[in-house]
Write a new protein. Structure first.
Length: 153
């Protein structure tokens, strides 16, 4: 869950890095440095971009969270439990900086509102409208399943 008042900006990430360095939290420092590197790489890729938006940084963080989750799953299958603990601690740090995720009920409420506005005959249109309202606060795969369920019901 994002810290109160924590903005997912380059400045906010930098202040988190300083905070974790003062707390002497090497795991968190390493995770935040990794995110800063991803931000720099993305800015280099985009060219002429001085600063990424909060949405772009959120996408980078969520992509990293997904990769870590996949690593946890494969390490669990391979029985590398020490590596699992290490990856889970990285994931915990990232969970602290992303906005709180919506519950299934909250997502279903948004879907119901969008259905009232747009109807439920066009999956693509419905999905796009729902994602624009829950972007960054809900997993796309979960939203997809819930939209399909709402359309069939």
């Amino acid at each position: 869950m994002a810290s109160e008042g924590m903005k997912l900006t380059e400045e906010g990430i930098q202040s988190l890095l300083v905070k974790y360095m003062k707390e002497k939290n090497p795991n968190a420092v390493s995770v935040i440095k990794m995110i800063k590197t991803k931000i720099s790489t993305e800015k280099g890729r985009l060219k002429n971009v001085k600063e990424l938006s909060e949405a772009e940084i959120l996408k980078l963080v969520q992509r990293e969270m997904k990769e870590i989750q996949e690593t946890i799953e494969s390490c669990t299958k391979a029985g590398q439990l020490d590596r699992v603990a290490e990856e889970e601690s990285k994931l915990k740090v990232l969970h602290e900086i992303v906005p709180a995720q919506l519950s299934e009920q909250e997502i279903q409420r948004v879907i119901a509102e969008v259905i009232l506005e747009t109807g439920k005959d066009n999956f693509g249109k419905l999905m796009k409208a729902v994602m624009s309202k829950v972007s960054g606060k809900a997993d796309g795969k979960l939203v997809n399943e819930l939209v399909k369920k709402a359309m069939s019901g």
